[in-house]
Ligand binder design. Structure first.
Ligand code: ADP
Ligand code: MG
Ligand code: ZN
Length: 199
């Protein structure tokens, strides 16, 4: 009876270290306590910590299913009351229609991911999900430089701001990421910024 009324799309976004995975785990753990059938998906490329679990930077973890595309989510979500999608920015744009379709059909869909990349540009399908969701939570991290409220992800290569022309996705590369506030965020080379504006 209530099943068809529980469908909804929730998005949890923010920079790296802002607690997105923790919040996703918190929401779906509560759904499990309510005896709902729960499943978390994550992109197959993300194997930084663990091939199957999702793990937060603080070590909180929950089992997850790595999938190659949004079509896999559509196929494997059947029979669940609530699903989570972590690192949703790495999925193809089809993930938007998959999420909306599942929500329309009574599934609670919680998506977590980066709203902007290290250039501060909207990241993959996430902006489209924000537009379609009934609930959006934007989290802040602690700025690694000043301790303020961080809203951006700073990418560093050898301790210096990464050039904007670099690849957006470089999992496992020898670079580092920090959460930074607006004042402490440092853009890549000035020439790259100009090139981006012209593009
Ligand atoms: P996200 O998925 O957004 O990258 P996680 O949920 O994996 O974030 O990790 C959040 C946790 O990371 C926090 O609870 C905290 O323990 C830890 N942490 C480490 N560095 C920071 C930081 N700069 N700001 C906030 N939390 C941080
Ligand atoms: Mg995370
Ligand atoms: Zn700062």
């Amino acid at each position: 009876m209530t099943h068809l009324h529980s469908g909804r799309l929730e998005v949890v976004c923010g920079p790296m270290f802002s607690g997105k995975s923790e919040e996703l785990i918190r929401r779906l753990t509560r759904a499990k306590i309510a005896r709902q059938r729960v499943r978390i998906f994550k992109p197959q490329l993300d194997d930084r910590y663990d091939a199957t679990d999702i793990v937060s930077h603080a070590g909180v973890r929950m089992p997850a299913t790595p999938v190659a595309s949004s079509a896999d989510i559509a196929r494997l979500a059947a029979g669940h009351d609530a699903i989570g999608i972590d690192e949703v920015q790495f999925f193809d744009e089809g993930v938007v229609e998959v999420a909306v379709h599942l929500a329309d059909n009574g599934v609670r869909v919680v998506c977590a991911g980066l709203d902007t990349d290290f250039r501060r540009l909207p990241f993959g399908p996430l902006p489209l999900l924000l537009a379609r969701a009934e609930s959006v939570t934007k989290l802040q991290a602690v700025c690694h430089s000043c301790g303020g409220e961080a809203v951006y992800t700073q990418r560093l290569v050898n301790g210096r701001p990464a050039p904007f022309s670099g690849e957006t996705v470089q999992i496992g590369a020898l670079d580092a990421y920090e959460a930074r506030c607006r004042q402490c965020y440092q853009p890549g080379h000035a020439g790259d910024v100009a090139a981006l504006r012209l593009a």
